[in-house]
Design a protein around this ligand. Sequence first.
Ligand code: AMP
Length: 281
Amino acid sequence: MRVLDTVDAMAEACRSAQRPLGLVPTMGYLHQGHLALVRRARGENAALAVSIFVNPTQFGPGEDLPTYPRDMDRDLALLKKEGADLVFAPSVGEMYPQGMNTWVEVQGLSQRLEGEYRPGHFRGVATVVAKLLNIVRPDRAYFGQKDGQQTAVVKRLVKDLNMGVDVVVVPTVREADGLAMSSRNVHLSEEERRAASVLYHALRGAKRLWEGGQHDGEMLRGAVRRVLEKEPLVGKIDYVSVADLATLEELDTATIPAMVSVAAWLGKTRLIDNVVLGADS
Ligand code: AMP
């Protein structure tokens, strides 16, 4: 496994990598959710590249960039075990050198849901993903359904800019009690951690209602909200959404493919989760 920290060295290594080449972009502090992407990519490609980069441009002022968890040594040991060929771990200065002044904005999609609460977030995501895809030039890039809106943004970006990469979406990996694995879960207190599975239970409840024939968007949103509100440790609920999977427009009637998603606070930690209607994740 080679670990590269400059754009030129990574691009060069990728040019001589076997094909097909898969890329898994991450912000590190790897858990089983990331490893599901890594394993899927390992199985489907002759060569595997993983990036580890905590991308500052996708964090807003006052967000958790300074406290975002990091453990490069552990991440590299895990990736070595999983059989990664190339790891790209650039510095912030390497990705955003002085004078860098081009930004990628996926309009519409980026303003909804997370975009309303994290303005600029998807501009940062789209820009760094475009840069990583241009550096690595993979045949396939792997993203988690856990960040459902991100997958919609990336698919749009790749299509609109004719990047010719297959975007593969991997189902959400969960803890035994249903909590979606996330690097941010380490910030939860013991009590908050116990309460956090309510997000998944609320979403599962909506999915069951939908499977039972309740397709009214407003009723489904209301059902999710009521379950969340019963948990005293859930603070502010930023949104509950039943939206078209590709456009993220809110649906009056939930037809497939649709995504039920939530963002809610447990103490100082903001969690997001989603389920797809008519699919397994
Ligand atoms: P992050 O390091 O949080 O930026 O995540 C890197 C990639 O892993 C993204 O495509 C995420 O959607 C994906 N990912 C994170 N958590 C999970 C999870 N619990 N299940 C599946 N994919 C995940």
